[in-house]
Design a protein around this ligand. Structure first.
Ligand code: ADP
Ligand code: MG
Length: 694
């Protein structure tokens, strides 16, 4: 729908027909009735007509109008899945893929994984020749191109949530444009929650004129097919109710605390209706949930009737499902979420939104070559989306934990596409693997910076992935591209095969692929720290992971053992799964699976072979644990969650950085600096004059 924004008055009107049906009527209607009530239903014929007659259709519609769950079903009903073809719908987020696929399977009355399936990294819930509607992350679809560059098994590809401009979405759009040139019968749907459809349309338009010229020259018979080359833009008029905006009167110091107080105030003063709180990540979400739980406990009479539910990726499936189920009678649901609930997922029954004004965003600095996940202010476009979530079922209210002045004068209008604030290493290697050599000349929806590209080429060259002509090396380059991991992790695995410790390194890679294997949180910090000490290795976190894995294995993979040791059982199950998959891939690409038993030095060498670019040394005379990165001389510190926190060995390599008040290294291991020259002579060549390396 259209968003008419009356900033001065502080009221956002979400235009569209105001349905009189309330959400309470929803549950009783049959699934068909529910489906027909969605705004997108009125456009069913129009959408199918456009898909039939246009190569690309752009669909814009307010969150919750039914784009994601309905359009793939319409396509199937219209026969686009006939003859063994598949319909794909991509999402930037794994959690959204799972949630949406399971909803669609439910609506169709089929078992998830049969006609309706999904694929995310390390998890394939589809059946060959049975699945016809496939939900997947944009990243997974990119990987599928390595085996099937023209994506021949798909008849229609719906690139959903295009407004998010995730890095994989942008790469995908660039590649789909190329694919369409070769496969005019392929249909694309680009769907998005906001109206920047014009720029998308222009992007596809240009290719159509050139494609048309090519087709005219080469295959004049194609002209008679009547396929319109100009992309169509269809705007779905959503329903939506007025949302009253309330701003903070002055700047908020602690948004977690402010969010909690606001929720309690809403609960005390406002009539029934669920609350959706936007925070940034697992840490602040759990902190807020804990504060609310404490409040319910100590101050029962005000806060009884509150059901507090966190929502972030990495949450176990059972807990995710709770978020979608209606609150029991007389109870008020409070969902505390990352920005996944901004447009990717629709929650019914939300009447109040509390917006912290922040989200976790990726930032990359090509000068220091450091990529960070940072808690940063959202854009005005995001703030409007968040507010809109309160107006789905009836007029609602949005509480912004920032001032109106801040909203008007300090927030950016729109977010910068992720591709312009990311490290390009993974992106470059994927394009290279797809045979796209001129990466700087690639047709991007938004161009990445030349500096970021050059940095990426440099790192890939040092990793031995690219040769002097910037082509993938054989076998290393191709092996790295085959592994569904960050190139640095892949390189570590390949090195481990040569060093004879691949069993250990694959375990480490699997642990690094899950969010955290430790259970932490307010109130149990001391116990969990003590538990961690039982596994702590002097060499650092990676070796500590091996100790945990060994203990878990010896316990017979017991959940009690995990519980006793403050280890996340679900995470460990996931580690086992990922590990098996990585072992299969490793075997397929010709790596040797071998254990080094107890020789931890080779394990550390393998880590250094992948992560040499993240080497740091302790500042001489530093009493506060200040490190400098070897490249770029950035000031960094060991994260308190690391077993090396306060140990401060002289030379370390880190896995990733998080920045709060400082830059913190997460997952740290000690190294011998001489390994750096061994692992990446080119990379550190320029630094030979570096007195530290002599
Ligand atoms: P859009 O993609 O346009 O944002 P969706 O197709 O995701 O809209 O949602 C359409 C409707 O389906 C919404 O009213 C929403 O409440 C419902 N819905 C979507 N996912 C779920 C789910 N997992 N559980 C229950 N209802 C859902
Ligand atoms: Mg959607």
């Amino acid at each position: 729908g259209r968003v008419v924004d009356d900033e001065e008055g502080g009221v956002i009107f979400l235009s569209g027909s105001h349905h009189s049906s309330s959400s309470s009527g929803y549950g009783h209607a049959s699934i068909d009735k529910q489906r027909q009530r969605l705004p997108v239903f009125k456009y069913r014929t129009a959408i199918l007509y456009l898909v039939e007659t246009r190569a690309t259709t752009i669909i814009v519609g307010e969150t919750g109008s039914g784009k994601t769950t309905q359009i793939p079903q319409y396509l199937k009903e219209a026969g686009w899945a006939a003859g063994g073809r598949l319909i794909a719908c991509t999402q930037p987020r794994r959690l959204a893929v799972q949630a949406v696929a399971s909803r669609v399977a439910e609506e169709m009355g089929v078992k998830l994984g049969d006609e309706v399936g999904y694929t995310i990294r390390f998890e394939d819930v589809t059946k060959p020749n049975v699945t016809v509607l496939k939900f997947l992350t944009d990243g997974v679809l990119l990987r599928e191109m390595m085996d099937d560059p023209l994506l021949t098994k798909y008849s229609v590809i719906m690139v959903d949530e295009a407004h998010e401009r995730s890095i994989s979405t942008d790469i995908l759009l660039g590649l789909l444009k190329k694919i369409q040139r070769r496969r005019p019968e392929l249909r694309l749907i680009i769907s998005s929650a906001t109206i920047e459809a014009k720029s998308m349309s222009d992007f596809f338009q240009m290719r159509f004129s050139s494609a048309l010229a090519i087709r005219k020259r080469r295959e004049p018979e194609n002209e008679g097919h009547g396929l319109q080359v100009e992309p169509a833009i269809l705007s779905v008029e959503g329903r939506g109710f007025n949302v009253q905006i309330n701003y903070a009167e002055e700047a908020v110091q602690d948004y977690v605390q402010a969010a909690v107080s606001t929720v309690l105030l809403i609960h005390e003063r406002e009539p029934a209706g669920d609350v959706l709180v936007f925070l940034t990540g697992q840490d602040d979400i759990e902190a807020a949930a804990q504060l609310l739980a404490d409040e319910v406990h100590t101050n029962g009479k005000h806060s009884s009737g509150l059901i507090v539910l966190p929502l972030y990726s990495g949450l176990p499936r059972a807990e995710q499902e709770l978020v979608f189920s209606p609150a029991p009678r007389g109870k008020r649901k409070v969902v505390i979420s990352t920005n996944i609930a901004e447009t990717s997922l629709t929650l019914e029954g939300i009447v109040y939104v509390v917006d912290s004004g922040f989200s976790k965003q990726r930032f990359y600095n090509p000068l220091s070559d450091i990529e960070n996940l940072v808690v940063a202010p959202i854009s005005r476009a995001s703030a409007r989306q968040r507010a809109g979530r309160a107006g789905r079922v009836r007029p609602g209210k949005c509480y912004r934990l920032y001032t109106e002045e801040y909203f008007l004068n300090h927030m950016s209008n729109e977010a910068i596409p992720e591709i312009q604030r990311s490290n390009m290493v993974s992106c470059v290697i994927q394009l290279k693997a797809l045979g796209i050599d001129n990466i700087l000349g690639f047709d991007w929806p938004a161009s990445p910076s030349a500096e970021a590209m050059i940095r990426a080429l440099e790192v890939l060259y040092s990793l031995g992935v690219l040769d002097d002509d910037a082509k993938l090396t054989s076998p290393t380059g191709f092996q790295v591209a085959e592994l569904p991991l960050d190139p640095m992790v892949s390189k570590m695995i390949i090195a481990s095969s040569q060093l004879g410790c691949s069993e250990e390194i694959i375990t480490i890679a699997a642990v690094l692929s899950v969010q955290s294997i430790w259970i932490s949180g307010r109130g149990i910090q001391k116990e969990s720290d003590e538990a961690k000490l039982r596994f702590a290795a002097a060499e650092g976190d990676h070796i500590t992971f091996l100790n945990v894995y060994k203990g878990f294995h010896q316990s017979g993979k017991s959940s009690q053992w995990c519980h006793k040791n403050y280890i996340n059982y679900h995470a460990m199950r996931k580690v086992l799964e990922v590990r098996e998959q990585l072992k299969r891939t490793a075997k397929r690409i010709g790596l040797v699976l071998k254990s080094c038993e107890s020789d931890m030095q080779v394990v550390r060498k393998a880590v250094a072979a992948g992560y040499f670019a993240n080497a740091c040394h302790l500042e001489a005379y530093s009493h506060n644990g200040k490190y400098k990165t070897l490249r770029g001389s950035q000031e960094v510190y060991i994260h308190p969650s690391s077993v090396l926190f306060r140990v401060n060995p002289k030379w370390v390599i880190y896995n990733s950085l998080v920045s709060t008040d400082r830059q913190y290294m997460r997952n740290v291991i000690t190294i011998d600096p001489s390994w750096l020259m061994e692992a990446a002579p080119h990379f550190y060549q320029l630094q030979q004059s570096n007195p530290l390396l002599r």
